[in-house]
Design a protein around this ligand. Sequence first.
Ligand code: ARG
Length: 467
Amino acid sequence: MTEKVNSLNKKDTSWSGRFNEPVAELVKKYTASVGFDYRLAPYDIQGSIAHARMLSERSIISRQDFAAIEKGLQEIAQEIEAGQFEWLLDLEDVHLNIEKRLTDKIGDAGKRLHTGRSRNDQVATDVRLWLRATADQVVAGLHQLQGSLLDLAEKHYDTVMPGFTHLQVAQPVTFGHHLMAYYEMLKRDAARFVDCRKRINRLPLGAAALAGTSYPIDREMVAKNLGFDGVCENSLDAVSDRDFAIEFTFASSLVMTHLSRLSEELILWSSPRFAFIDIADRFCTGSSIMPQKKNPDVPELVRGKTGRVYGHLTALLTLMKGQPLAYNKDNQEDKEPLFDTVDTLLVTLEIYADMMRGITVNKENMRQAASEGFATATDLADYLVKKGMPFRDAHEVVALAVRHAVEQNVDLSDLPLASLQKFAAEISDDVYAVLTLEGSLQSRNHIGGTAPVQVKAAIARAKKEMG
Ligand code: ARG
């Protein structure tokens, strides 16, 4: 972007008549937003054309003026796309830059574009149009990642791994089951964006500065033309609230929360201590000093960038807090956090979908870890309950058996029948079926359970809902 500072004289600014001295240079820089809001340009143009079309349909401007405005704006869109548009800091923001260029191109017709409109309803419209398109991109990105999780889960629907609570081996699960937990989280995330989109997709235009306008406008026509589901029903609310942006950033924060959890696990699992998985080299870097290292940089950065997105959520909430109705310049500060949230989220989703495809699993190590932490102790307690023992008693019996096994430095399934029977006479030969990892997995055979048949069924359902 080229910035030409202070190249215009006073009468070129849109509100200059009221002022006795030009805005101070530093203030100009401080208040200008064109350095970042230029990326709303395509939506600004789309909104302006719809507004002008309505003005001409309602005979507020002439058909000829509309034709000139439409043609001029389309040319400006091309200039911007081709990188030939000169953005001027003196013109403050994307809206005034485009309007000034239009007027330079087509004269008085360009000056009529802003009839019945304010930058307040204009900017709210632009942000909503942009965020609506962005929400769709986020949902597509989430689906990509869900798809790669599903593919990996399918390969490992029966791969045994230790399930953890308190990061201690708890009960065996399958790796596929573990991955499907993240599928579920991302499914809710996608639903949150779809839902949030409904509240984004309302038209502020027509609210003008804050109170509406005296021209005989047709807001429904503009809404329909721009693909909005309806209009914002209160003009003061339309120009001032940014709750839809906050909501979007909250939904983004939750995605990052979920990905930070998975990242933490990928970091642990790929460390030589766990050695459960290997992350493809293209997602890792080495150390400049320690030749043996392969660092999981991408998951670490995702974990780190989560904080950055939370920061944007806090920024937006704080920005809105205590603002009196209606529009205040504070709201100009909504854009950078929002833009950075979107940029961070979209690239994170893209890289993550690819990274999950590049994960290889060390089944042996996963299995070994599952067999080391008495992961089937609960199964032994359940076995005793099925033989008639109250659960609390069974819990105590198994605790004693585990203690004995720890002392002997063996697994429960390594204890001979006679020594197991010392803890409970109910135990017989069939106990070994429940003490195995496979037996434990298979017994959790209900919807939501980790039995491989259930994991397979969950994957099939997921594939169906993804279409
Ligand atoms: N650049 C401004 C923003 O982002 C546009 C609206 C300006 N409105 C005003 N009354 N100064 O919010």
